[in-house]
Design a protein around this ligand. Structure first.
Ligand code: TXA
Ligand code: MG
Length: 315
């Protein structure tokens, strides 16, 4: 199959409406979309990605009315989070409506719902005129894609179309919050931090990760974010290492020239923005050891630590 690259949200939406798989930009990472109410179209996502069928997809919407097409019920906690953070980098797990086929949710009675803020994404979703099921647009197990070039690296020839929309500004996937229980539970950290959530849903109604949570989040069982090089977490830039290595972190190494790539992020936002693209660049030039500096696990730092820890565990 030839993969078409387009700048036109309307053209990309026409492919999606015809039952094809289309990659599109969002403010978090690129998504790999299909018509959420067409089970045959959704099947194609799992095939293109090589994704295990027990890992549910997030459904993306353009309007508040569509939330009620996708979810059978919106609990009070979810209503507050929607008012505060939609559109944005937040996914809410809600009871699933009958309209959403089982293939989307891997047979669960719940569904992840997200309303992205990215203007090109919004235009695309509006033109689709229906909810769009989409995981991140990478081959299963690989770092997520934050550019259309990264999408093509993984999926060229396997999908119908890529909507080009520049670099994803956040660079990490959305925060996922399960709103089907009280307290609501953070299943995945992201740019909407626990502190942000606590301002809307009081702390007594909010739970962050523990083992019970991991069991409830199907995605966490699977291999994730694995570049080909070995990821090693460090407290400070290493001064001694052997072989082709790369470094990313907040602190500048004294020996930056000895790394094949040294990426010094001036802020947590910049670290998040760069991390997946950095891992992919490391792969392209055959870096064997990828040193990632640990950060304090607060705010966006919690999401960065989650992703680099998983990348290290995957090696
Ligand atoms: O930022 C994002 O969330 C991106 C963009 C494209 O929206 N999407 C994304 O999708 O990261 P994916 O499939 O790579 O990750 C979705 C995560 C997975 O860990 C999945 O298991 C979890 O959300 N998830 C989806 N539906 C769920 C549900 N009903 N219950 C629990 N977890 C769910
Ligand atoms: Mg993913």
């Amino acid at each position: 199959m030839k993969t078409i690259v387009t700048d036109s949200p309307a053209d990309a939406a026409a492919f999606l409406r015809a039952g094809e798989v289309v990659a599109f930009p969002t403010e978090t990472v690129y998504g790999l979309g299909a018509d959420a109410v067409n089970p045959l179209a959704v099947e194609k996502i799992f095939t293109a990605k090589g994704r295990p069928s027990d890992n549910p997809l997030i459904v993306h919407v353009a309007t508040h009315a569509q939330i009620h097409d996708v979810a059978s019920f919106v609990p009070a906690s979810a209503r507050k989070l929607i008012d505060a953070f939609f559109p944005g980098p937040l996914t809410l797990v809600l009871p699933k409506s009958e309209r959403i086929p089982d293939v989307v949710t891997a047979g669960l009675s719940t569904v992840g719902v997200r309303m992205p803020r990215h203007p090109i994404c919004h235009e695309f979703l509006e033109a689709c005129g229906r909810p769009v099921a989409a995981p991140s647009a990478n081959r299963s197990g690989r770092p997520s894609s934050t550019t259309h070039e990264a999408v093509l690296q993984d999926l060229d020839g396997r999908i119908r179309c890529v909507l080009r929309g520049g670099r994803s500004p956040v660079g990490l996937e959305s925060t996922v919050v399960d709103c089907t229980s009280d307290p609501v539970v953070v299943l995945r950290t992201g740019a909407v931090s626990a502190a942000d959530l606590a301002e809307v849903v009081s702390l007594s109604h909010l739970r962050t990760s523990d083992n019970a949570v991991l069991a409830r989040s199907p995605g966490t069982r699977h291999r994730h974010y694995a570049p080909r090089g070995r990821v090693v977490l460090v407290d400070a830039p290493p001064t001694k290492f052997a072989g082709p290595a790369a470094y990313i972190g907040l602190d500048a190494p004294s020996n930056a020239g000895t790394f094949r790539i040294a990426e010094i992020a001036p802020s947590l936002e910049a670290y998040a923005h760069e991390i997946f693209d950095f891992m992919r660049r490391c792969d392209e030039i055959g870096v064997e050891v990828i040193y990632c500096q640990r950060v304090a696990p607060q705010g966006l730092g919690a999401a960065i630590m989650d992703r680099i820890r998983r990348a290290a565990d995957a090696g």
